[in-house]
Design a protein around this ligand. Structure first.
Ligand code: NZQ
Ligand code: ZN
Length: 386
């Protein structure tokens, strides 16, 4: 295990009526003008918007409405939010929605308090913001775990990059599984697969000797697989949605990453695919993972074999490490089919094959879980995903 420093900045209110428990107390601590940020309207249809507005009014806040944050939020939307926050002298941002809404607000929180361009600052000068408007997050769709970290994935349409930008941590996060009950089945499964992906990408990072972080990671992966299967039988099973909501936060709140250098090559490829096609994040990952893993498992055969045994429950007896690792990847590919996720880019509805080379040429190359890939290998992987 590598040395680490661990502290946590986000206070989590989890469970039934979490907003009622959290918001009167938390809002009492913040300034008068609150930006209420959300997506394309699901919060209005579900009634969450009206409920949250009630808490804001009860605590005497002036509401600055900021709507229309899209899946795969753009840097333009960040700028629009930051300009509004400045114009209305917003003192607090309340993000109500999915990973995209929370991510967009993390960067609005940074951009609103500086004249410097955050993108230029982070990617050209490698300087990271230290001052933010304070913010809170109310989660309506789980999977990304965005509520418990300060990384935001933002699409810069001008440069054709979808990249991780560092922004604000939410002071508090409200996770009420009831708020996710209106989420369509397809997005529930896609989000849950995203959580599985985060856990796998962390597990396959280094070091790969048996350690507590990975053992907790195995538990998170098993939990996600089991609860997706429960939801496939009963999509409104509250206990399963509750478990998945916490698994989502657990996979991205840093605990699985303690003492590890993570990989996230599948995410890096998917993000650039998103930059060129605006595809659904979880779906892109479902296609990429098995193909990517078939390319690299021989360089990390022990950890892949361990994952096969511990997570996919494949008996080790009578198999070489390589056979066990291959069987695990086979089980992952079968699982993708079982849960109705796409196995190819064509099934996702991507039609322009020329994007593959652009993705291969522009995605970040991580140090690699087991093997650092070349751009040619990434192109080959992408072509196999077609
Ligand atoms: O916009 P509205 O109308 O609200 O609809 C949303 C959206 O269409 C809808 N929705 C959300 N809550 C709902 C609901 N519909 C009905 N009932 C509810 N309760 O669901 C859709 C969600 O889409 P999307 O934004 O794609 O969801 P997700 O939460 O998966 O976020 C994906 C984004 O997060 C980034 C991804 O790259 C992508 O941009 N990620 C952020 C991470 C982080 N910050 O830690 C980590 C992840 O790896 C990921 O990269
Ligand atoms: Zn993800």
């Amino acid at each position: 295990m590598k040395d680490f420093i661990y502290s946590y900045l986000t206070k989590v209110y989890f469970g039934e009526k979490a907003a009622k428990k959290a918001l009167p107390t938390e809002l009492a601590k913040v300034g008068k003008t609150v930006m209420l940020a959300y997506g394309g309207g699901s919060v209005k249809r579900s009634g969450v918007y009206d409920e949250i507005c009630g808490y804001l009014r009860d605590t005497g806040k002036e509401i600055v409405d900021f709507s229309g944050i899209m899946p795969n939020p753009t840097y333009k939307k960040v700028q629009e939010g930051a300009a509004l926050a400045r114009e209305k002298e917003v003192s607090f941002i309340l993000a109500v929605g999915d990973g995209s809404v929370i991510d967009c607000c993390k960067i609005i929180a940074a951009q609103a308090v500086t004249d410097k361009d955050i993108w230029e600052m982070e990617f050209k000068e490698h300087v990271y913001p230290t001052e933010f408007l304070p913010m809170g997050a109310v989660v309506t769709a789980s999977g990304t775990g965005a509520e418990m970290n300060n990384g935001a994935v933002i699409t810069n349409e001008d440069t054709k990059e979808k990249a991780g930008v560092l922004g604000a941590y939410a002071n508090f996060a409200v996770l009420d599984p009831d708020y996710t009950m209106s989420l369509p089945a397809k997005q529930v499964i896609s989000g849950a697969f995203d959580t599985l992906s985060h856990s796998m990408e962390t597990y396959l990072g280094s070091p790969r000797d048996v350690n507590l972080s990975d053992e907790i990671g195995e538990a998170v992966m098993c939990n996600v697989i089991r609860n997706i299967r429960i939801l496939l039988q009963d999509m409104y099973n509250k206990e399963a949605r509750t478990e998945l909501m916490w698994a989502s936060a657990m996979a991205e709140n840093g605990i699985l990453k303690i003492g590890k250098v993570t990989d996230f090559q599948a995410h890096q490829i998917e993000h650039q695919l998103g930059a060129y096609t605006d595809c659904n994040h979880g779906q892109g990952l479902a296609v990429i993972h098995p193909v990517l893993y078939r390319h690299i498992y021989k360089d990390g055969v022990k950890q892949f074999a361990r994952m096969a045994e511990k997570v996919w429950e494949i008996p080790a007896e009578g198999k070489t490490q390589e056979e066990l690792a291959e069987a695990g990847i086979g089980a992952l590919a079968e699982f993708v089919k079982e849960i109705g996720m796409p196995s190819t880019f064509t099934e996702m509805g991507i039609t322009d094959k020329s994007v593959l080379k652009k993705v291969a040429d522009t995605c970040n190359l991580t140090a690699g879980c087991c093997k650092k890939l070349s751009r040619e290998e990434i192109l080959q992987i992408l072509e196999e995903c077609w």
